[in-house]
Design a protein around this ligand. Structure first.
Ligand SMILES: Nc1ncnc2c1ncn2[C@@H]1O[C@H](COP(=O)(O)OP(=O)(O)O)[C@@H](O)[C@H]1O
Ligand SMILES: [Mg+2]
Length: 239
């Protein structure tokens, strides 16, 4: 089976320093894959590499088998990307924001489709016609996630998607991700939320200082063990 996403011995240099050092992993179609790591571990860098925004110094990046260096258009067509700080317009309401950003992607969606997406992320109906400047961070994040859903791409890259969401919203969001994966979509999310990642991911890769230092996998009967991942996350390198 061709992986949906694949990094092979990927090294990325940013500001003269390696941000990723020989990272290899693959994400299967229909999988929820999480990369966990602290600030500066290289999480966002990994997503930018899959979008073709950062070129490998060494190694390769493939999207559904297509090398990002030779075929960046394939990746852009197949991937919806939720950046860490989604830039939405405060003076526009949810419908206007979604209509505008879909238009930038060359897409169009009617009220019905937009409402369906906002239903999925559980944004209150009454809020949808309010300007985003009156929204909480969690509400804005829901609009950003709805935008990613409306792109209807088979692959979703999510940068810290649950930061700023309360536990109930995180729970709803994780349920949505499982539903999307169940329908065959592939999710690569990066986060520092150990609990949330263990709750939702089929597999977790632990990034530290640009290197993959741990891998965890759920089994059919059990989700990934939060304590084990937490211990690995906080472990200091032992000499
Ligand atoms: N715009 C940039 N220019 C130069 N270096 C950067 C830039 N953004 C991030 N880096 C560096 O790349 C490394 C990985 O950063 P990043 O991928 O953003 O980490 P994370 O998303 O895990 O917090 C860090 O050492 C960071 O300082
Ligand atoms: Mg980041």
């Amino acid at each position: 089976m061709v992986p949906a996403l694949e990094a092979d011995a990927l090294t990325i240099v940013r500001g003269g320093q390696p941000a990723l050092r020989g990272v290899s992993f693959a994400v299967r179609p229909g999988e929820v894959h999480a990369l966990l790591g602290g600030n500066g571990a290289g999480k966002s860098t990994t997503l930018l590499a899959f979008l073709g925004f950062l070129a490998p110094a060494q190694g390769s990046v493939r999207v559904e088998g297509a090398d990002i260096g030779t075929d960046p258009a394939h990746a852009r067509r197949r991937i919806a990307y939720l950046p860490e700080n989604a830039a939405l317009y405060g003076h526009l309401d949810a419908y206007e924001n979604l209509g505008y950003f879909l238009g930038l992607a060359g897409l169009r969606a009617g009220r019905g489709a937009i409402d369906a997406a906002l239903d999925r992320v559980a944004l209150a109906a009454a809020a949808r016609t309010r300007r985003l400047e009156a929204y909480s961070k969690g509400m804005r994040q829901k609009v950003a996630i709805a935008l990613a859903l409306l792109r209807e791409t088979p692959i979703l890259l999510l940068d810290e998607p649950t930061s700023g969401l309360d536990p109930v919203a995180i729970d709803e969001f994780n349920r949505l991700l499982r539903e999307l994966a169940g329908a065959g979509r592939t999710v690569l999310m990066v986060t520092h939320d150990v609990y949330g990642a263990c709750q939702v991911a089929d597999r977790i890769g632990l990034l530290r200082d640009g290197a993959l230092v741990g891998r965890f996998e759920a089994t059919p009967g059990a989700r990934i063990d939060t304590e084990a991942v937490h211990a690995a996350f906080v472990a200091r390198e032992t000499a």
